[in-house]
Design a protein around this ligand. Structure first.
Ligand code: GDP
Ligand code: MG
Length: 727
């Protein structure tokens, strides 16, 4: 039988570093069932019968966040053979808060005091032996980053698991202890055998999940309630706070005499760097500069080159033509050649084209994360983002999304809170990505004489959509409550480590190729099939013929939906649908569906900013109506992103319902904004008032209501024991 060891600790305590060090490449990364919280599991190096599970980073085992619930359910229900509790040695008091709760589960436990390299450098001293005997469990010093002591810690956890020696719960003051033991005895054998103490403490705290599970009779419930209120009256505090205080007192008592900070309140090197980097005035400019460089190098310089090379040269000029002629030589039917060369290989190419630029971007973000700068960014941006319900960590995904939504969505991984992460994923694609810019260029050129204001307004609309959505969603059921309290520790800066960086880069890159790859390839095939078959004269392959394709026929049906938005013709509908494959397709589609009859020419005209010929598109598709064209642009900027990004959404949400919710939300939002802009525009410019105009007014009213209404009742989110740092 394998030995199962759970790795538990605060966020940023070094769990993942330790996990990677112990498992090497034997890890499996997935999500916990039903939530988007990352689950990592792996077998220990050279000791295949030991399975390590990296629990989500948490400050407490209260049932308030998905991370806490995941960790707690795992411990109570799967009951691992031992817990390896990793604590940040530079922040002992706060980290031990979780330790006191882990000890209560009674599961055999070993404590690994991490970051010892920093502790030593700071000149602090921890009497490890004494600490271990006071806590009643083995304590080991480690540096996960340097790989020091990690193996010994794992060995100790394995021996603890084998011996099965139960961890001892911290002892509280007599009053509290007597109340807890009263509860324990009145519940008697209703309490799960090995977790008696844990449940008794939770019942004392009036923990809802615990009550729900034990479901005591009315009589028992009221008796317990009376015992708790008696204790509360006596101690003049509510029971949850009583326990919190008891825990901190226990920690203080435990550390007294065996922990000494050399220069308490003094400045470490990291503090000195932070004085500049997180300085109120300098923080933003420094950050802007760093991100500008990252962005310029990955998406800009290298991205332009690699995407161009992969799409135009490697696939466009070499692989696809080679495959085509190869298949033709083999005597394949022309439809099969088309399906394989254009549908499948073309689809794969569209995915792989992103990969080099993504890897470079991930590499640079991993470096920033590893040295500790990302934690600072979140800290800096939190002040601003908090105002509209997002956390500071949402900033990176949004910034990255202005290049490409796919890495943007994937960058949301660093947001630990599930609620904040979902909200970020749902809104980040509103930021116009690079591939949407040709649409903007087209509309500007076709109807606005190439005015630069069209592009400026596109960014403005994107950012406004994020802000408005943030405010609206935050007041809606699954998102209510304050953004996660900012309790992140700022880890000490350190030099980047190649292994960590390469691993993080590869994990992200590979999961993109795997998941986004399957979705976009499947979708490309479907679109190719629809565009290559016709019903005219019986269902058959079009080939070089010019019959009306199925896609075209579907376009006519879909066009009806866009009528109220002012662009209800089949060309616009087809372009919008094809835009789901890749947003660049929109311009090409217009080129080939107008009398210009040339997709490449249209793209060239947009790139050259040549509006004289683009006006043709403006006339034919939008009847010369700037308002209709602008409405089209808004819809295409805000509605569902391309298939690659949808694949990324599916991958990150890890849940079909949420994926559809996200895409549905974007489409709905896009529709409403376009409707409002077009209909109110028509009313003011031409005085036209129709049923749709009335609908637009209703939509405006609804939006305003959504923005100003009272938030729906929120789930209580407690900060971890009042240790919320103010940001
Ligand atoms: P997690 O949130 O608990 O998974 O923490 P990580 O493993 O991601 O580590 C957080 C930060 O602390 C990273 O920047 C690590 O490189 C750094 N770190 C982890 N262990 C050590 C250590 O022993 N010494 C130092 N100096 N840094 C460490
Ligand atoms: Mg981690």
């Amino acid at each position: 039988m394998a030995i199962r060891i759970a790795l538990a600790g605060n966020p940023n305590s070094g769990k993942t570093t330790l996990f990677n060090d112990l498992t090497g490449a034997n890890a499996y990364v997935g999500n916990w069932p039903g939530v988007t919280v990352e689950k990592k599991e792996g077998r220990m190096k050279k000791q295949n019968d030991v399975i390590l599970t990296d629990l989500p980073g948490i400050y407490s085992l209260s049932p308030y966040t998905p991370e806490e619930i995941v960790a707690r359910n795992y411990l109570l229900e799967q009951s691992p053979d031992a817990i390896l509790n990793i604590v940040d040695g530079t922040n002992l008091e706060r980290n031990l808060y979780l330790t006191t709760q882990l000890l209560e589960t009674g599961i055999p436990m070993v404590i690994a005091v991490n970051m010892m390299d920093v502790v030593r450098k700071n000149g602090d001293s921890i009497n490890i032996a004494e600490l271990g005997s006071r806590l009643g469990c083995k304590v080991i010093e480690i540096s996960a980053l340097k790989g020091e002591g990690t193996f010994a810690a794992a060995q100790a956890a394995v021996s603890a698991a084998k011996s099965g020696k139960k961890a001892l719960p911290p002892k509280f003051s007599d009053k509290v202890e007597s109340c807890i033991s009263q509860i324990e005895s009145s519940f008697g054998n209703m309490l799960p055998q090995s977790f008696g103490r844990w449940y008794a403490v939770k019942l004392f705290e009036r923990d809802e999940k615990a009550l729900e599970k034990l479901n005591p009779s009315g009589e028992l419930r009221s008796r317990t309630e009376k015992q708790i209120t008696d204790c509360e009256r006596e101690m003049d505090d509510d029971s949850e706070s009583i326990i919190t205080n008891e825990r901190y007192e226990f920690i203080a008592k435990t550390l007294r005499g065996c922990y000494k900070k050399k220069n308490a309140g003094g400045e470490t090197v990291s503090d000195k760097i932070d004085r500049v980097v997180t300085n109120r005035i300098l923080a933003l400019p420094i950050f802007a500069l760093v991100m500008f460089l990252v962005y310029k190098i990955s998406i800009g310089t290298i991205g332009d080159w690699t995407v161009g090379f992969m799409n135009d040269t490697l696939f466009g000029e070499w692989i696809v033509p080679a495959a085509t002629s190869g298949l033709e030589d083999l005597g394949c039917a022309s439809w099969l050649v088309g399906l394989i060369a254009d549908g499948i290989i073309g689809g794969v190419g569209a995915v792989l084209g992103f990969v080099p630029q993504l890897l470079i971007l991930f590499l640079m973000l991993s470096i920033l994360e590893d040295i500790g700068y990302m934690a600072r960014v979140a800290f800096i941006m939190d002040r601003i983002f908090r105002r509209f319900g997002l956390s500071g960590k949402s900033f990176i995904p949004m910034l990255v999304s202005s290049g490409c939504g796919v890495p943007g969505i994937m960058a949301s991984r660093t947001i630990e809170q599930e609620r904040d992460r979902r909200m970020t994923i749902m809104t980040t694609c509103f930021v116009p990505c690079g591939a949407k810019m040709p649409i903007v260029g087209l509309i500007a050129g076709a109807l606005f004489g190439g005015s630069a204001w069209v592009a400026v307004s596109a960014y403005f609309i994107g950012v406004a959509a994020v802000v408005v959505s943030g405010i609206i969603l935050k007041k809606t059921k699954p998102f209510t409550g304050e953004p996660a309290p900012f309790v992140m520790e700022l880890p000490a800066y350190h030099a980047p480590t190649a292994v960590n960086i390469l691993r993080a880069t590869w994990e992200r890159g590979w999961s993109f190729i795997k998941r986004a790859g399957t979705v976009i390839v499947a979708a490309s095939i479907v679109i190719w099939v629809l565009n290559s078959l016709t019903f005219e004269g019986g269902l058959h392959y079009i080939g070089e013929g010019d019959e009306k394709s199925l896609l075209n026929a579907i376009g006519e049906v879909i066009a009806v939906v866009f009528k109220p938005l002012g662009f209800g013709n089949w060309q616009a509908a087809v372009a919008t649908v094809l835009g789901l494959v890749a947003k660049e397709e929109v311009v090409g589609t217009f080129g080939s569906l107008t009398s210009m009859a040339n997709a490449d020419l249209a793209m060239e005209l947009v790139e050259a900013g040549d509006s004289s010929k683009l006006t043709l598109i403006g006339q034919e598709i939008f009847g010369g109506s700037g308002l209709a064209a602008y409405s089209f642009m808004i819809f295409n900027l805000l509605c569902a992103p391309c298939f690659a990004a949808m694949g990324a959404i599916k991958r990150e949400m890890n849940n079909s319902k949420w994926t559809f919710a996200a895409i549905g939300y974007m489409c709905g939002f896009a529709y409403i904004v376009s409707l409002i802009v077009y209909r109110l525009g028509m009313l003011f410019t031409e005085g036209s008032f129709t049923v749709s105009t009335a609908a637009a007014f209703i939509a405006v009213a609804a939006l305003i209501w959504l923005l100003v209404r009272r938030p729906s009742k929120s789930v209580k989110v407690k900060s971890a024991a009042g240790v919320t740092a103010d940001a």
